[in-house]
Design a protein around this ligand. Structure first.
Ligand code: 13P
Ligand code: SF4
Length: 358
């Protein structure tokens, strides 16, 4: 696959420094936790609000979202749920691109985030102006961007995809005879290109969490646990993906745990996902895939520093004060909604075809 844009060393360094500097929410006492949970339930009713959390969010937030009629999901399903729900306020316990997608699809709703600094290294590695200039240089190519991008980058795209539907959508576009620009994740881009054989020019962004998974150490762990099935998110490096039994989005990996006959799994994605995996199959054993070396040489160590800034404390504050609202310029929103709607329409059609053939 052709490489389109190497993330400059300085930008890469800035992203890694930012990730490492994100504050870790302080541990709270059981009494404080109970107090916050009671308060949030009251505020959710007062504000006609619902919590939409990603699988990587803190376990307390996932439990709360489920118990209060909210939703815990992968990035594709998060986008659809906010649109269907009648609440006038959506609280996104995830990262910024998820909040922005919710706002793009629901301009009439108030979208709040516990911390507006909850970013994503893929989003940060794809500055809107540089990306738009690059697209301008290749007017013959359709522009496909991963959901993990800013509203401005989506506004420049023909299609948005998530890890749930990237292969299918790129296959479809290849079938239409399209040549593509892909951004921003280099590993997912490479995986999709290998699966589809499409002509793709790929941005070279990276996920700070998945980029750290290491093939050699994973191979050693596999050898020590020959009965374990290896589950890998496709934002991981190619040599890690090669060792996988299942490669897929967060929801595909959770389904693999509940549906497989295997009783042990090595999981190469953010370990926040273990909450749902354990609920799906409490009797099964889950091991975190190694993130480098035999000593702890990882920086992120299997957990997204931006997902981790969401907490019961800051969720309570934003619900109470109505702060941290996502605002998107209407001109950008109107452009950004088109490739998202194209993706949601494609996924709905694919889903109805699948249902009709089962
Ligand atoms: P999913 O679309 O699989 O939920 O992934 C989102 C993400 O940010 C993974 O790092
Ligand atoms: Fe972005 Fe990686 Fe965090 Fe997912 S895990 S939100 S891709 S930095």
């Amino acid at each position: 696959m052709n490489k389109a844009f190497e993330v400059p060393g300085q930008l890469r360094g800035e992203i890694l420094n930012l990730a490492a500097s994100m504050p870790k929410p302080a541990a709270i006492s059981a009494a404080r936790r109970d107090q916050l949970l009671v308060r949030i339930r009251t505020l959710l009713k007062r504000e006609n609000a619902v919590i939409i959390a990603h699988y990587y969010a803190d376990e307390d937030l996932q439990v709360l979202a489920d118990e209060t009629g909210g939703f815990v999901a992968d990035s594709l399903s998060m986008a659809g749920f906010g649109h269907r729900h009648s609440a006038s306020t959506l609280v996104i316990a995830g990262v910024r691109f998820m909040g922005e997608t919710a706002k793009i699809l629901n301009p009439e709703k108030r979208v709040l985030m516990p911390d507006l600094n909850a970013n994503c290294s893929l989003d940060l590695a794809c500055p809107a102006q540089a990306f738009s200039d690059f697209c301008d240089e290749h007017p013959d190519r359709k522009v496909v961007v991963y959901a993990n991008t800013s509203a401005e980058v989506k506004a420049r795209a023909d299609w948005v995809v998530t890890s749930s539907n990237a292969v299918d959508i790129v296959l479809y576009l290849k079938g239409q005879g399209d040549k593509l620009i892909w951004a921003p994740d280099k590993h997912l881009g490479h995986y999709v290109q290998q699966k589809t054989g499409a002509d793709m020019l790929s941005w070279q962004g990276f996920c700070v969490v998945h980029d750290e998974f290491r093939a050699q150490e994973l191979q050693e762990l596999k050898e020590k646990n020959p009965d374990a099935m290896v589950l890998v998110h496709p934002e991981s490096p190619e040599d890690v993906i090669k060792l996988a039994d299942v490669v897929g989005s967060t929801s595909i990996l959770i389904n693999a745990v509940s549906e497989s006959t295997s009783r042990k799994f090595i999981v190469a994605t953010d370990y926040g996902i273990f909450h749902k995996m354990k609920l799906a199959a409490p009797e099964k054993e889950l091991l975190v895939a190694p993130t480098g070396g035999t000593s702890p040489t990882c920086s992120m160590c299997g957990h997204c520093p931006w997902m981790a800034v969401n907490s019961l404390e800051n969720l309570t504050q934003v619900l109470d004060a109505g702060t941290n609202e996502i605002v998107i310029e209407e001109k950008i929103r109107q452009k950004a909604i088109l490739p998202i709607q194209r993706m949601l329409g494609f996924s709905r059609r694919a889903c109805s075809v699948a249902l009709a053939t089962t």
